[in-house]
Design a protein around this ligand. Structure first.
Ligand code: VGL
Ligand code: ZN
Length: 208
């Protein structure tokens, strides 16, 4: 079984959103092509889904500004602008994304005391989301990961896929992803490669 995992392609991470990723919206037509191409047996999406008082928000820490480095439950934590608050338009998937094709949606980041970059488990690795169990139950053998943001949620999801699903072949679709910072993207791609993730371009998949 071949699965596509689309990470956090939500209004909040696109231009006009609360935590915009540069060119975040430009990946939507590419992801739609991948969905419509029929190369995948299973389409899975993650959705950053924070309560309004989430501890990763600078607004919850007096004196902190967005993008400052702070702590959350004793761990280093980037202080983000309020984003992807449950039930708000900022948390909705991009309106052009073909969400009808989704077989499964994994929400994450609901615990106010810990952030969850990975779609598989919280940053402290104490709680798992259930996504690994779902993919195992579906007998997934190949997992292609794309979305937003390459240097945070995409990277940590791909690394956790390698770690938690060691028999699954994991690929990162570079042009169907965008990151917050250019140097962070470069480091993230190196880290993913190091962990055994193959880097591919959507055209390689669409040509098959
Ligand atoms: C993300 C920062 C905070 C992401 C989510 O989807 O990459 N980044 N929350
Ligand atoms: Zn978040």
């Amino acid at each position: 079984m071949k699965a596509l995992l689309i990470i956090d392609v939500q209004n909040g991470f696109c231009p006009g959103g609360n935590l915009p990723v540069p060119e975040g919206d430009t990946i939507v037509p590419i992801i739609n092509q991948l969905i419509e191409d029929g190369a995948y047996d299973l389409i899975v999406a993650s959705q950053d889904w924070h309560p309004a008082n989430h501890g990763s928000f600078a607004s919850q820490h007096p004196g902190m500004k967005p993008f400052d480095m702070g702590t959350l439950s004793g761990q280093p934590q980037v202080m983000w602008p309020d984003h992807c608050v449950q039930g708000t338009p900022d948390a909705d998937f991009h309106p052009d994304l073909i969400t009808d094709a989704f077989d499964y949606i994994q929400q994450k980041g609901e615990n106010p005391a810990v952030d969850s970059y990975s779609a598989f488990r919280d940053n402290d690795q104490a709680a798992i989301t259930g996504l690994a169990g779902y993919l195992k139950a579906q007998l997934v053998t190949e997992l292609d990961v794309c979305g937003l943001a390459t240097d945070y949620c995409v990277k940590f999801s791909a690394l956790d896929a390698r770690d938690m699903l060691p028999d699954v072949k994991v690929r990162f679709i570079e042009d169907a992803s965008r990151g917050i910072a250019a140097d962070g993207v470069k480091a993230a791609i190196a880290e993913m490669r190091e962990a055994g993730v193959t880097v591919v371009h959507s055209t390689e998949i669409l040509a098959d």
